[in-house]
Design a protein around this ligand. Structure first.
Ligand code: AHR
Length: 673
């Protein structure tokens, strides 16, 4: 950023720039010429740092197991498909089978038995192909498993080889050996070791293998076979770096977790039970995935919240509220144990380790500092279960709000309850809906409960489907038109930050090989991450957040700034131009967000009152390109960079500048003021 202060050097520079560039000549009668007046001295309400958030909705689209969770081994504890060897195969002379005798733990009751009936004469063992292949790089991997030999079994030379190879085993890319001869028979032993990868491979269809040398014989058992690449922020049991970085780059102010529907589970027994997700991995039973496969909950409550901290956000913690997806609600007189479950969870997360048993448990598990929990959402989408929410909400809220006075509790509907402190709105719709609802939150009467727009997205670009957006035309990927409409809605959030806590596109993550929901913000496979148009738009909003609203009005030739009335044309919108002017006070930066939802470009003259600075500013633009249908531009797995954010400098002269906002575009302007 370059900044020159008037009156001396700046004045001369301003003069030169003004003379040399001049105002471009435009047709003042053209409806798409807009004048925007921003008052640096006239500020509105504060904007909370939570304004643009994200959801870490576990299990959907294999977004944690097989996604953000960096574990490479699929079905590492043989829990998939009700207990199976899915993903595992043997090679050489031995065979694999499931066994349940003397299990590793009650949480992991099934293990793999590898049997070599005769003395082997060739290298033999078993393999795992990862979730959808294993993408290996030249780096160190951290592997581990529980192992025991049975009875008289022996490993020739005492050494097992563990590494990565291509799918046929002909090419080895990484190798480690471990000495198992020291382990007494029939006892589980935990091995943890490093596998250095020394060869590059372009294929992602690699396998992890465990190999017994020729001459070995007998039965050997394994469980919790695990392997991690280096993780985001080098966390043990952590996140896949590229996905985590993409998530972090959104700069979300909050992250809502663990669901979505995964909080509720298929049945009450299959709900998110927080204390099943916190202990050593061998003590985490996991549960049937709400959306897909088996949910190991290896990326459990502590890992989720640590990740949220690592990316600089705060959590919006969703807690189970006695309703599951089979439509069953816990009866009113049986709710107390579920309320106690939440009390234990919140004590575990927030209480001091020195005088609370749950806080002490947290410390024993390696985390002494309490987590910063400011928002707790009670349930998920209880507009589907409004009749029982009428007793469930007060039962939870009355107890929890007494015990945790510093937490804001968020209801999931107001259908059957009155005046919660905050409510979570969800909208999956067509572009027209978001554009037509630009003033939705300014039209709700004040005082109002706070609002978290916990899930929203354009799921269908066909505006005629406004009454049936989940019907024909559902999108695979967001388009530029989707991103534009969502950005109009987001401008509405910022303008109404007296009630809006924040909002978030949902869902965020999608494994391209296991998809239950489209469209999503970030799509990935084993080796690459695609950032959708909606991602880019949300990132522009998240990375450029002011902390205070500046009063601003827009006019065209037919009326004046003074005549603009609140909630009318010129206030936040003019025709198809939507805008919000904000200021980041710590560095005195104007952050102006503009969305053009028109098929024509809009030429805009901006005057910032109350500044005489002559400065270089920057604009970021996301658009389809001149004359291109905005519904046709999508960033996809095959065309990941169809749209990208373009950044350009510009000069303001005494707080005045003019820019052209391309048709169907999102623009963020930053300027020192
Ligand atoms: O985000 C996808 C799903 O949509 C969520 O799990 C649920 O809350 C909503 O219905």
């Amino acid at each position: 950023m370059k900044q020159i202060t008037l009156p001396l050097v700046g004045f001369i520079a301003c003069l030169i720039i003004k003379i040399s560039s001049g105002w471009p000549t435009v047709n003042e009668n053209n409806i798409n010429v807009v004048s925007l007046n921003i008052d640096n001295a006239n500020t509105g309400q504060n904007i909370p740092s939570t304004m643009h958030g994200a959801i870490l909705e576990t299990n959907i689209n294999r977004d944690d197991d097989g996604g953000l969770y960096a574990e490479l081994i699929y079905n590492r504890a043989f829990q998939e498909k009700g207990g199976s060897l899915d993903g595992w195969s043997s090679f050489g002379q031995g065979s694999i089978a499931l066994n349940t005798s003397q299990p590793l733990s009650s949480a992991l009751p099934v293990h793999l038995r590898y049997s070599l009936i005769e003395n082997s004469t060739s290298p033999s063992g078993f393999r795992n192909g990862g979730f959808y292949g294993i993408n290996i790089q030249v780096q160190n991997y951290t592997a581990s498993f529980f192992y025991r030999s049975l009875g008289e079994a022996y490993v020739a030379g005492g050494q097992l080889s563990i590494g990565f190879s291509n799918s046929t085993g002909q090419m080895t890319y990484g190798l480690s050996t471990i000495n198992v001869s020291i382990i007494p028979a029939d006892n589980w032993f935990h091995f943890s070791f490093t596998i250095p990868v020394f060869n590059n491979t372009s294929s992602v269809k690699n396998v992890f293998f465990v190999e017994f040398p020729p001459g070995s014989k007998g039965d050997f058992e394994f469980n919790l076979v695990s392997c991690f690449p280096p993780t985001y922020k080098d966390r043990v049991n952590g996140a896949r770096r590229d996905i985590a970085q993409a998530f972090a780059d959104l700069k979300p102010g909050y992250v809502r977790l663990p669901g979505g529907n995964d909080l509720e589970g298929h049945t009450i027994l299959e709900r998110f039970i927080w204390n099943n997700t916190i202990d050593l991995l061998e003590n985490r039973p996991g549960r049937r995935g709400t959306w897909t496969g088996y949910n190991t909950e290896g990326f459990g409550l502590i890992e989720l919240l640590t990740f949220v901290e690592d990316i600089g956000a705060i959590p919006v913690l969703a807690v189970y509220a006695g309703y599951s997806l089979d439509g069953k609600a816990v009866p009113q007189d049986e709710l107390q144990p579920y309320i106690n479950e939440v009390i234990n969870e919140l004590d575990f997360l927030t209480a001091s380790a020195s005088n609370n048993s749950m806080g002490a448990l947290r410390e024993r598990l390696g985390r002494s500092e309490p987590f910063d929990i400011k928002y707790v959402e009670i349930g998920n989408e209880d507009f589907f279960a409004a009749s029982s929410y009428s007793y469930r909400w007060p039962a939870f809220y009355n107890v929890l709000s007494q015990r945790y006075p510093n937490i804001t509790f968020i209801a999931t509907t107001t259908k059957s309850i009155s005046s919660p402190p905050a409510v979570d709105d969800h909208d999956y719709q067509v572009p027209l809906f978001f554009i037509q609802n630009f003033r939705r939150y300014e039209n709700i009467p004040r005082p109002s409960p706070k609002v978290l727009v916990g899930e929203f997205s354009v799921i269908n670009d066909d505006d005629s489907q406004i009454n049936n957006p989940f019907g024909a035309g559902r999108l695979d990927y967001p388009s530029i038109k989707s991103a534009v409409a969502e950005s109009v809605y987001r401008i509405g959030f910022e303008r109404n930050s007296d009630v809006i806590i924040g909002g978030c596109y949902a869902p965020v993550l999608q494994n391209i090989f296991n998809t239950q929901w489209t469209p999503n913000l970030i799509v990935f496979n084993d080796s690459s991450v695609v950032k959708s148009t909606s991602y880019l738009a949300q990132k522009m909003f998240g990375q450029n957040l002011g902390n205070i609203i500046l009063n601003s009005t827009a006019t065209n030739s037919s009326f004046t700034h003074q005549s603009v009335e609140k909630g009318q044309e010129g206030d936040g919108k003019l025709g198809n131009l939507y805008f919000v002017a904000t200021k980041r006070t710590n560095d005195s930066m104007l952050i102006l967000k503009l969305v053009n939802a028109d098929q024509n470009d809009i030429y805009i003259r901006v005057q910032v009152q109350g500044t005489t600075l002559c400065c270089e500013g920057f604009m970021e633009i996301l658009t389809a390109g001149p004359g291109v249908d905005p519904t046709t531009v999508q960033n996809t797995m095959v065309n990941p960079n169809a749209a990208s954010i373009v950044r350009r400098p510009f000069w303001s002269v005494g707080g005045a500048f003019s820019i052209t906002i391309p048709s169907w575009s999102i623009m963020v302007v930053t300027l020192p003021i």
